[in-house]
Design a protein around this ligand. Structure first.
Ligand code: NIG
Ligand code: FE
Length: 379
């Protein structure tokens, strides 16, 4: 494969232990991985050159929480919310009905379009959950569509109880899990009033863990509850949302090492309070930022928008938000990604901006000039 030198980089973010951020830098890509980075003046020769022209280069985003596979449309529900009707977990059932009615090709076409949209905005690693099928067959269809788009697939059969809920936990932990194993890499459960209680979630998540799946929990989204404590008890990789936290929840996250995946675009969409990101970081909790892309609360694939919200609404400094959107997401998935150290895949974003502060300073503006995944220019 031809080598590629990115040069005239005003600010390069590699998250190298020694020098996480470099000014006036260059970066060499060879065979799809980062082969070298350093001062522009010392750049080695390469076959091809990409002139960054005073912009910055950052690791590709790791979006560790999305619900990209679904049918239907909930514009009317969102309009009602804009008029003052609060968000409730039950809205998920509208999407379940539409997802069941959609052909697999239709689900595939729509999910692919969203995954491409995410890639164009700089997301080079993506997690996708099921959760809008809720029958063995429909969950499996959603998981298979997700697996065509990413290796990070999460089984969320415990999203909401279906209309006939008797025996549903047995279904999720039995035949549905059986079908999911082999396609999914993780398991998740929505621990919330109107969804599943702590005991039900524990049963589901333990069953998944016993089959080797990574554990994630939709926790403390709409009100305080036991989701975060359950994540800590189970040694989950992540507790996601974390909007309503007590001091004991923050302490449990810190002590257990569970990553808090924050999704401020969902809080924007629901018109709710924002998760206490500053408090979590100051307490020493590992924080990730994700889009939570879904048709109910957060119909966006844009990590730049999420970073802007985290800076403006959650008191994160721009570099803290960028770290949470890259290394934080990788920690939430338990993978080595989200950095540009030598030897890492060249998954990166070239920005028409002198620093990542511009995500917040120029919100809503497309600052992405190029995206590379595995060294290939994909935008
Ligand atoms: O993460 N919390 C549960 N699931 C989604 C919402 C899904 C929906 O409303 O369709 C979320 O916000
Ligand atoms: Fe979610």
């Amino acid at each position: 494969m031809r080598s590629l030198l990115l040069d005239r980089i005003e600010m390069l973010v590699t998250w190298d232990d020694g020098l996480p951020v470099r000014r006036d830098a260059a970066l060499l890509v060879e065979d799809g991985v980062v082969a070298w980075s350093g001062p522009a003046a010392e750049a080695p020769a390469a076959d091809d050159r990409l002139d960054v022209a005073g912009g910055c280069v950052v690791p590709g985003f790791v979006d560790s929480h999305t619900h990209l596979v679904f049918g239907g449309d909930r514009t009317a529900e969102y309009e009602a919310r804009l008029a003052g009707k609060p968000y409730a977990a039950g809205g998920i059932r509208t999407t379940v009905a539409a997802t069941r009615a959609a052909s697999t090709n239709e689900l595939r076409r729509r999910a692919r379009r969203l995954a491409m949209e995410a890639l164009r905005s700089g997301t080079t690693t993506l997690e996708i959950k099921s959760g809008y099928g809720l029958t063995v067959e429909d969950e499996l269809r959603c998981l298979q569509v997700a697996a065509e788009l990413t290796p990070h697939v999460t089984f969320l059969g415990a999203h909401v109880p279906p209309d006939v809920a008797v025996g549903y936990i047995e279904l999720v932990t039995g035949p549905m899990l059986e079908a999911a194993v082999g396609v999914a890499t993780g398991i998740d459960a929505f621990c919330e009033e109107g969804a599943f209680d702590v005991d039900e979630c524990r049963e589901v998540l333990r069953a998944g863990a016993a089959r080797g799946l990574d554990v994630h929990v939709h926790a403390n989204q709409l009100q305080p509850g036991g989701g975060v404590q359950l994540a800590a008890e189970l040694g989950a990789l992540s507790a996601d949302h974390c909007t309503h936290l007590t001091d004991a929840d923050v302490a449990a996250l810190r002590e257990s090492g569970v990553v808090a995946v924050l999704v401020p675009a969902a809080e924007f969409g629901a018109g709710s309070a924002y998760a206490p990101a500053r408090r979590l970081l100051d307490a020493g909790v590992t924080v990730a930022l994700a889009t939570d892309c879904n048709p109910g609360t957060s119909f966006t694939t844009s990590m730049p928008f999420v970073i802007a919200l985290a800076c403006r609404q959650q008191e994160l400094r721009p570099m803290e938000a960028l770290r949470a959107a890259t290394l934080g997401g990788a920690a939430a998935l338990g993978i080595d990604a989200g950095h540009l150290r030598v030897g890492a895949p060249a998954d990166l974003v070239v920005l028409d901006a002198p620093s990542p502060t511009w995500f917040a300073y120029r919100p809503g503006v497309d600052l992405v000039r190029a995206v590379l995944r595995g060294g290939q220019v994909v935008r």
